[in-house]
Design a protein around this ligand. Structure first.
Ligand SMILES: *[C@@H]1O[C@H](CO)[C@@H](O)[C@H](O)[C@H]1NC(C)=O
Ligand SMILES: *[C@@H]1O[C@H](CO)[C@@H](O)[C@H](O)[C@H]1NC(C)=O
Length: 521
């Protein structure tokens, strides 16, 4: 009874003292996995008692009371969904490898977001106010202007592991001698040519940003942000001042698998926060299949953006035949019906992925290597076989292979044989599962859970009005000063001047002695 009273007292105190803040969360990319990350943030903030407004292309069916959603499903019109299919990539592996094209596409999405009627209403209503704005960073900073409108701290949420371009927003770019670009195929330690290539990438991207992409983003900023700021009676800062004014970066990466770079104080790892604390139970029929799998089961999913029905028919048939030859049960997340299923293969139109990954009978997870899937495999400690398709998936899988809990299989018309070999290797050689368990241990052996950390740092930024004490002193030091190019210039001038001086002095002395010699003769 006493205990009960204390509990209620604690709860009441918590309700009285936990100050609710108003937070705007902006995840405009029309992609299910990015929305999962946004949903995770919203869930933690709501649980912490905050009032959340959420700009998302995936409208909620039953929004909880403290959540207001702003539907930007109109962004789907600006996204070439029809191009992102397995068939496109099986035929041309590097269809989206061009980062410049992605930057253009994302900028269009951001412009669409500003143009959305409901977003425009929100941004231009002087009665609307927020204590912080959390925006997903994806190759675009113009969208960060939303925080400028509300004159409140901006927090970037990065869906991928830290890279030089992201860090340059709050600190300085990582050294290309030991860190790679997010689109790079290299893996540190780097060879001479790889180091040169990474340096060249940084130079090239910086030049492209300066001459093209920053101007393009500035246009969006001038068009949608500046007038909204004016309307509130303030003068808008320049695009550059806004771009380098974020209070914090929250990165969806794990310390256990990320490269342990030295980080500025306002970069925080919160990878894994999107995973449910208590895994939701799976449907009975699925549970029965899994528990009856005498030799364990294999889970195969290419994520939510790539639709399985787009597998070319011949590949689908060869994969199915190969799966049929295995002793394990196979669960294939496939969004269409199949009539020619072998007895050990089951099709799931929708898969409760976390529940599946947490089951001890799981032998291996075959995945496209999306960041969420790779993170979840580390969370639950399961080995993977990666079939990367686009974007950061290649990088995630390369890293997983290097970390020792994965094998990679290339997407191709004849991949079934190679995939079988990989399945046999991962399910018979214990080292992959052991490594996955080890990384999972490292991940969970942390003083606070990622969700708790997420809420803590958002509160900290709000309470300290942008956490200026955490900002890196390197951010505003110009490149030439960091590199001591001014000192180098002074030394070169001194050296040249000295040389001229010595030359003259020498010439003077020499001609004098010559003259003297002449005189004596
Ligand atoms: C930078 O952000 C702070 C809040 O964190 C805000 O008060 C300030 O006006 C912003 N400055 C610029 C130049 O955007
Ligand atoms: C597959 O078949 C079931 C039952 O026949 C049906 O309910 C379901 O809608 C079908 N799914 C698809 C994607 O065609």
């Amino acid at each position: 009874m006493k205990r009960m009273q204390t509990y209620w007292l604690a709860l009441i105190l918590l309700l009285v003292y936990a100050e609710a803040s108003k937070i705007l969360v902006v995840f405009p990319l029309p992609s299910r996995s990015h929305a999962n990350l946004g949903d995770g943030i919203v869930r933690h903030l709501l649980n912490a008692g905050h009032e959340v407004t959420y700009i998302t292309p995936f409208a909620y069916k039953n929004a909880p009371p403290n959540l207001r959603t702003i539907d930007v499903s109109s962004n789907f019109e600006a996204w070439p969904v029809h191009l992102i299919t397995i068939k496109t990539f099986i035929e041309k592996a590097d269809s989206f490898a061009n980062v410049n094209m992605m930057i253009l596409m994302v900028n269009t999405i951001m412009e669409h977001t500003y143009q959305n009627k409901d977003v425009a209403t929100l941004l231009n209503d002087p009665k609307e106010n927020f204590d912080a704005v959390i925006v997903e960073w994806i190759l675009n900073e113009a969208i960060g202007g939303i925080a400028t409108i509300f004159d409140c701290p901006l927090i970037w949420m990065s869906s991928v592991e830290v890279h030089w371009k992201l860090l340059s927003l709050i600190d300085q770019p990582l050294n290309p001698a030991y860190s790679v670009d997010m689109m790079s195929t290299s893996q540190p330690p780097l060879s001479f040519t790889e180091r040169v290539s990474e340096l060249w990438t940084q130079i090239q991207v910086t030049i492209m940003d300066y001459f093209i992409f920053d101007k393009m983003q500035d246009e969006v900023y001038q068009k949608y942000v500046v007038p909204a700021v004016k309307q509130r009676g303030r003068v808008a800062p320049s695009f550059y001042d806004m771009k380098y004014n974020a209070s914090m970066i929250l990165a969806n990466a794990y310390v256990s698998t990320a490269i342990p770079h030295t980080m500025p104080q306002n970069h925080k790892y919160i990878g894994g926060y999107h995973v449910d604390e208590v895994v939701k139970p799976m449907p009975q029929d699925l549970k029965k299949i899994i528990e009856n799998s005498k030799h364990g089961f294999i889970y195969f999913s290419m994520g939510s953006n790539l639709k399985s029905k787009d597998w070319p028919e011949e590949v689908r048939v060869s994969l199915l035949k190969m799966f049929g030859s295995l002793k394990q049960t196979v669960l294939w997340k496939f969004e269409a019906n199949m009539t020619d299923l072998p007895p050990n293969v089951h099709i799931l139109e929708w898969a409760p992925q976390q529940a599946i990954l947490s089951h001890p009978n799981l032998a291996v997870f075959i995945t496209h290597g999306g960041l969420l899937s790779t993170i979840e495999s580390v969370h639950f400690g399961v080995p993977i076989i990666g079939i990367p398709v686009l974007g950061d998936q290649h990088l995630n899988i390369r890293k997983a292979v290097k970390n020792g809990f994965a094998l990679k299989v290339d997407l191709s018309y004849t991949m079934a044989d190679e995939l079988k070999k990989a399945i046999v290797e991962v399910t018979t050689n214990k080292k992959y599962a052991e490594k996955a368990k080890e990384l999972s241990y490292i991940h969970h052996d942390w003083p606070v859970k990622p969700g708790v950390e997420l809420v803590h740092w958002v509160n900290h930024v709000i309470k300290t009005r942008g956490a200026p004490h955490l900002r890196s002193p390197a951010l505003h030091v110009p490149f030439y000063q960091k590199m001591y190019l001014d000192l180098a210039a002074v030394l070169i001038i001194l050296f040249l001047a000295g040389r001229v001086f010595l030359k003259r002095a020498y010439a003077a002395v020499f001609s004098k002695t010559k003259a003297n010699k002449k005189k004596t003769h």
